[in-house]
Design a protein around this ligand. Structure first.
Ligand code: SAM
Length: 334
């Protein structure tokens, strides 16, 4: 397993490479006739580097974090004709294809333009390890947590949300059992002093939810996860990304998602099952019903997990789950 210069180790790299489609329908006029993989979570660029070095795909790398896109410039100069980078969140995937000259707006609207879409969800080690990004209580820093560095921060959320809203966020996105107690304590404490730093928040959580000897994680872990998910609308972004990416896949194309916690995986599992089984699950981001008719299959049941060797050498891999949705080769009659 390779580790890049700043310590990010890509997860399930071999499984992702193996899930890329070998054959898709040729589409003249798209990416100069080259096969295209969209790396929706460019991050440290390890997946994209592997696609460039080990396959013949043209790669469109997306990330909402300006620092990730800036880091990618070195890789882009090594592969000037095969790597394109666009700073955007998942919901901008379709316009990014046009911006990067992969296809025209008309082709994008018609769909079926890319061979593979890959997502490696969550935050990168770069984001976690940089104290000033405010994702981690391991390094004190501003209570920020914005992947895109724009919009309301975690400090804004903790300052402005009502006690009920904070409790809902901690319960829904962190599965935090002490959600109400923690929300109450934060709302009382913020009257005297606003929460501006990660350590200050972690200490406040720990004061109402003391660490027990059997606890394997810090008492504030779930609160931090919940705030990060809320600040970045992570679950809404995943729903939109799956719906849009599915429409953009060519027949034979694959949507490959590596997720790290049950909230993410539940959405991926449900949406993939709906698309492949034509169930009538209601989802506001779901593409037109017609697009889904007999159009998708699950190439394997359930999830693929990392090997035990990968899990023991990379702790971040331990909770990883990979799911794949494929678009059937036959075109769907309208
Ligand atoms: C786990 S890292 C990806 C690591 C990458 N696969 C690699 O090999 O280095 C996830 C990245 O996805 C980005 N990201 C997460 N949610 C996003 C979203 N909704 N839109 C765009 N980028 C997102 C994050 O900013 C982060 O850089």
């Amino acid at each position: 397993m390779s580790e890049n210069s700043q310590g990010h180790i890509p997860v399930m790299m071999q499984e992702v490479l193996a899930a890329l489609p070998e054959e898709t329908e040729k589409t003249p006029g798209i990416a100069n006739g080259q096969k295209v993989v969209v790396d929706m979570t460019f991050g440290g660029g390890d997946y994209s580097r592997a696609f460039l070095e080990q396959t013949d795909f043209t790669v469109l790398g997306l990330d909402r974090d300006p620092a990730a896109i800036a880091r990618g410039e070195a890789l882009q100069s090594a592969f000037p004709n095969r790597l394109k980078l666009v700073e955007t969140c998942f919901s901008g995937i379709d316009s990014a294809l046009v911006k990067a000259d992969i296809c025209s707006e008309e082709q994008m609207n018609a769909g079926k333009v890319v061979d593979a879409v890959v997502m490696d969800l969550g935050v990168s080690s770069f984001q976690l390890d940089e104290a000033d990004r405010g994702f981690s209580f391991m390094h004190n820093g501003p209570l920020d947590m914005r992947m895109s560095r724009s919009g309301p921060s975690a400090a804004d959320l903790v300052a402005e949300a009502s006690e009920e809203e904070l409790a809902r966020i901690f319960w829904t996105y962190g599965e935090e059992k002490a959600s109400r107690k923690i929300a109450r304590a934060l709302v009382t404490a913020r009257k005297d002093m606003p929460f501006t730093e990660t350590k200050q928040l972690a200490d406040a959580v720990e004061s109402v939810k003391p660490r027990r000897p059997k606890d394997r994680i810090h008492p504030a872990t779930q609160v931090f996860q919940a705030l990060r998910i809320a600040v970045n609308n992570e679950l809404g972004e995943i729903e939109m990304a799956i719906a849009t990416a599915a429409k953009l896949l060519k027949p034979g194309g694959a949507l490959i998602i590596v997720s790290f916690h049950s909230l993410e995986d539940r959405i991926v599992k449900q949406m993939f099952a709906d698309m492949a089984d034509k169930k009538s699950h209601v989802n506001k981001y779901r593409p037109e019903q017609e697009d889904f008719k007999d159009g998708y299959v699950l190439p394997f049941k359930g999830v693929k997990a990392p090997t035990s060797a990968e899990s023991s050498s990379n702790p971040r891999a331990r909770s990883a789950k990979m799911r794949v949705l494929k678009r059937k080769k036959e075109r769907v009659a309208a």
